[in-house]
Write a protein that binds this ligand. Structure first.
Ligand code: CP
Length: 304
């Protein structure tokens, strides 16, 4: 087993504040419409074992903006369907000349395993319920764009935290900068133990308590596909936790609403909130391209 190749991005948990800030600074210099060919001649493989719209297409645009070639390999229609293992798939892609693999996989630790066996950088595009580091970075980029600094910020993360790799990566990242984080949801989605995920987290069961005075409202999708027998009634969830305009009045007047997507209008938030003046949900998606350009430039380009 190897040490992951330099430039790999497997999670936020083991990145320090300096490395995170360097990536955010690099992303600010990236312009998808006026990109420098930092990845000219490089081959980036997008290896997706799970569905994706935002992450896959923004990594593809990011790679192409920097001059790289990309190939998409999905479970369906590839030899993964015939039973090829993840490592044999990795060896194959490296063997045909991949310079970098961006991987999404339903199992936690799959990108790490691949990175320990290959000589090329591996980027985690979401692994099971573990981490989604590029999402946390683009969310941090978005927060800094709207709030200028992490200093004194309060962030409420509401919803299905236990199933969320987005929440896990966000907590690791924001807690590095002393952000006050409140996790909110029913015990099935936010067990008390969630408070131990990172320093300075607080858990509440009351949406009003979570939203009062907060600067950032980060909502999470209720992941019906990951539900495994929890007794969470969606009707009750809507009644107790859905973020609507009345509840948003509890947050600071300049609070922003975030959601990694895909959003479920009428479940975790109302359409008025999703499309309202405080929503930066579409800006998050937009920021995914420069942020992923920075991640790829660090992995295989000259901007290390
Ligand atoms: N936020 C996110 O990961 O979205 P996709 O599943 O569409 O990539």
């Amino acid at each position: 087993m190897n040490k992951p190749a330099r430039g790999s991005l497997l999670g936020i948990e083991h990145l320090d504040a300096k490395e995170i800030l360097a990536l955010l600074k690099l992303a600010r210099r990236m312009n998808p419409r006026k990109a420098r060919p930092l990845l000219r001649g490089k081959r980036v493989v997008l290896l997706f074992y799970e569905p994706s719209t935002r992450t896959r297409s923004s990594f593809e645009f990011a790679a192409k903006s920097l001059g790289a070639m990309t190939t998409l390999v999905q479970s369906s229609g590839s030899s993964i369907e015939k039973g090829e293992s993840i490592l044999d798939t990795g060896y194959t892609l490296q063997g045909i000349g991949a310079d970098c693999i961006v991987i999404r996989h339903p199992s936690a630790g799959a990108p790490q395993l691949m990175a320990q066996h290959l000589d090329i950088p591996v980027i985690n595009a979401g692994d099971g319920m573990h981490e989604h580091p590029s999402q946390a970075l683009l969310d941090a980029f978005t927060i800094l764009k709207h709030k200028k600094s992490f200093k004194g910020l309060q962030v409420a993360i509401v919803g299905d935290i236990v199933h969320s790799r987005v929440a896990r990566s966000a907590c690791h990242l924001l807690s590095r900068f002393g952000v006050k984080i409140t996790l909110c949801g029913p015990p099935e989605f936010v067990p008390d133990v969630a408070a131990t995920l990172a320093p300075g987290l607080r858990v509440t069961r009351h949406i009003e308590d979570a939203l009062r005075g907060t600067d950032v409202v980060m909502l999470l999708r209720v992941q019906k596909e990951r539900l495994g027998g929890e007794k969470v009634s969606l009707q009750e969830y809507v009644a107790r936790y859905q973020v609507n305009p009345a509840r948003m009045k509890l947050a600071r007047r300049d609070a922003i609403v975030m959601h990694p997507g895909p959003i479920m209008r009428g479940l975790e938030l109302t359409a008025e909130v999703a499309d309202g003046a405080q929503s930066v949900i579409r800006d998050e998606v937009h920021n995914g391209v420069p942020m992923r350009m920075a991640i790829l430039a660090r992995a295989v380009g000259k901007a290390r």
